[in-house]
Design a protein. Structure first.
Length: 291
């Protein structure tokens, strides 16, 4: 029964990684950019949720929605200010800019509020449910439920709405989409907004899961979410979900087996193995390019 509990915990943690990884994979699918500032948008989302719950007395759902809105706006601002002018630049220039934006957000937050960590308020009742003899935290189930709802809404947006069709068209061929009347710049901004909103939601539920947040908290989860995106096949939305769930489950079982110091290393061991044996990821396909 302990294994059943660990599976639920692993899927809950993996769903957080999946929400962050979706932002990476959506942006890469549209403009082939690895947005390394995405982990810091996740951190901003956690702090917005923290101040909304503790400072303004909001319930979890309004705090979650506020965090998503703030992070969506932040994502659009980052795209307009930092990335839009680099659409036709070399990939290394865009990558260096992304790292610079990441450091700016991290140390700007440190300057504004200091480095002291904060204890996240418990927004959920925390009894344990007993399912088939396994004692499972209600918090893990709530986190899993929120993540599933957000992923279902994302699937609906991508495959059932006008902006979702535009995103898929731009991802396939931006110039052809422009000729067919798709507003490419607006579509790219919408992609950043949606991906950043999901990162903001992940920041709130991450804070509730680990109960401690601080200005540099986005570095390691951001890198792990990038690993999850590569694992599933970067640029493929279902791949990001699968990669996040696999990564969270592996980390949880590594800890459960008594190897907690190795849980962070496990993510990067998985990345190395994927790059060696299947560089395109689980759902990715090898594509030939003419030179």
């Amino acid at each position: 029964m302990d294994w059943a509990q660990q599976i639920v915990n692993g899927i809950s943690l993996g769903s957080i990684y999946a929400l962050i990884a979706l932002g990476y994979t959506m942006v890469y699918g549209i403009i082939k950019l690895i947005n390394f500032a995405h982990g810091d948008v996740f951190m901003i989302g956690a702090f917005v949720g923290f101040y909304a719950i503790k400072g303004w007395g909001m319930d979890i759902v309004p705090a979650l929605l506020l965090s998503m809105v703030v992070c969506a706006i932040l994502g659009v601002v980052i795209e307009k200010v930092a990335y839009k002018r680099l659409r036709n630049a070399t990939r290394i220039a865009a990558l260096i800019t992304a790292i610079g934006v990441s450091l700016l957000i991290e140390y700007g937050t440190l300057y504004l509020r200091g480095a002291q960590p904060e204890a996240y308020p418990n927004a959920f009742p925390n009894p344990f449910f007993t399912i088939f003899g396994a004692s499972i935290s209600s918090q893990s189930l709530y986190i899993l439920l929120i993540s599933i709802v957000l992923m279902v809404i994302l699937q609906w947006v991508v495959y059932r709405t006008r902006i979702g069709k535009a995103m898929r068209a731009v991802s396939y061929d931006a110039e052809a989409a422009r000729l067919m009347g798709v507003h490419v710049d607006r579509t790219i901004s919408a992609t950043f907004a949606i991906g950043s909103a999901l990162a903001g939601a992940a920041g709130v539920i991450f804070g509730m899961y680990y109960t401690k947040i601080e200005p540099l908290m986005g570095v390691v989860p951001g890198l792990k979410a990038f690993v999850a995106a590569v694992l599933g096949g970067i640029g493929i939305i279902p791949g990001a979900v699968i990669g996040g769930l696999v990564l969270g489950t592996v980390e949880t079982f590594v800890s459960a087996l008594g190897y907690s110091p190795w849980r962070d290393a496990a993510a990067f061991i998985i990345l190395i193995l994927i790059l060696i044996f299947r560089p395109s990821g689980v759902l990715g396909k090898n594509m030939r390019e003419k030179v």
